[in-house]
Design a protein around this ligand. Structure first.
Ligand code: PGA
Length: 263
């Protein structure tokens, strides 16, 4: 299994959720891209921001001023390319806006919007078949952790989400381990708890795809990661970056996390 010498390149994502407006989204994207570019952080770590759909284009414009520094991401997608799906946004539409990565199965989609396993699995396929990076989010709820089901839940979500993914397509998959009880609560998993869950996820990937493809998959931690706790979480061997909500809305905090990932 992976050692620190073989740690894959980290990836840090800023999940803005349903926050910002047109001008603050532009300003935030610009500040992040400028900070990454000036410190050449993109030579050591991949960075992405996931703005709300209406702000993808202004954010794309802000990022374009600093080529290669920050990837444009989307928070969700639909499974069909076009047609009678009122309110939905397709992967080709996202690509047309410059999107390179898409979040799938975020806990707020699973538990607030009630997306099921089959829909999530189809979204993974839609994203990968379009040639984009898929960030598959998994994680247990508090009562599941307290009843010892953490690894079982993560395994089910990983196996289901990647059911029809080949080892070749796996190269464009990132897993975000986000314990539901840690998201937006200020309660962070300890580095040891994150490592334990993420090591178990890598073992599932190894069982599905083999040791080498599994070792190359980036597994992010998400859930109240901030500038103060990022370095200790990302020091763990199976923590390859973070998916950041609240702290990604402040450029100085988000840049501090990216710097921690670059070290
Ligand atoms: P948080 O959100 O950093 O605000 O806990 C993380 C996420 O939901 O991706």
């Amino acid at each position: 299994m992976s050692t620190s010498a073989s740690k894959p390149r980290s990836i840090v994502g800023g999940n803005w959720k349903m926050n910002t407006d047109k001008s603050s989204a532009f300003a935030l994207a610009r500040a992040v891209a400028q900070g990454v570019s000036q410190a050449h952080l993109h030579s050591r770590v991949d960075v992405a921001v996931f703005p709300p759909f209406p702000y993808l284009l202004p954010v794309a414009e802000a990022l374009a001023a600093f080529p290669g520094a920050v990837m444009l991401g989307a928070q969700d997608c639909y499974i069909a390319d076009k047609g009678a799906f009122t309110g939905e946004v397709s992967v080709p539409m996202l690509k047309d806006c410059g999107v390179q990565a898409v979040l799938v199965g975020h806990s707020e989609r699973r538990h607030v919007i009630h997306e099921g396993d089959d829909l999530i699995e189809a979204k993974v396929q839609a994203v990968l078949n379009a040639g984009l990076t898929c960030v598959l989010c998994v994680g247990e709820k508090l009562e599941q952790r307290e009843t010892g089901q953490t690894n079982t839940i993560n395994e089910r979500q990983v196996r289901n989400g990647l059911k029809h993914v080949s080892a070749d397509l796996l190269k464009r998959v990132v897993i975000a381990y986000e314990p539901v009880w840690a998201i937006g609560t200020g309660k962070t998993a300890t580095p040891a708890d994150a490592q334990s869950a993420q090591h178990a996820i890598r073992n599932v990937l190894a069982d599905m795809f083999g040791d080498q493809p599994a070792a190359a998959v980036r597994i992010q931690y998400g859930g109240s990661m901030n500038a103060a706790n990022a370095a200790s979480l990302m020091a763990e061997v199976d923590v390859n970056g973070g998916l950041i909500g609240g702290a990604s809305l402040k450029p100085e905090d988000f840049l501090a996390i990216i710097k921690a990932a670059a070290h």
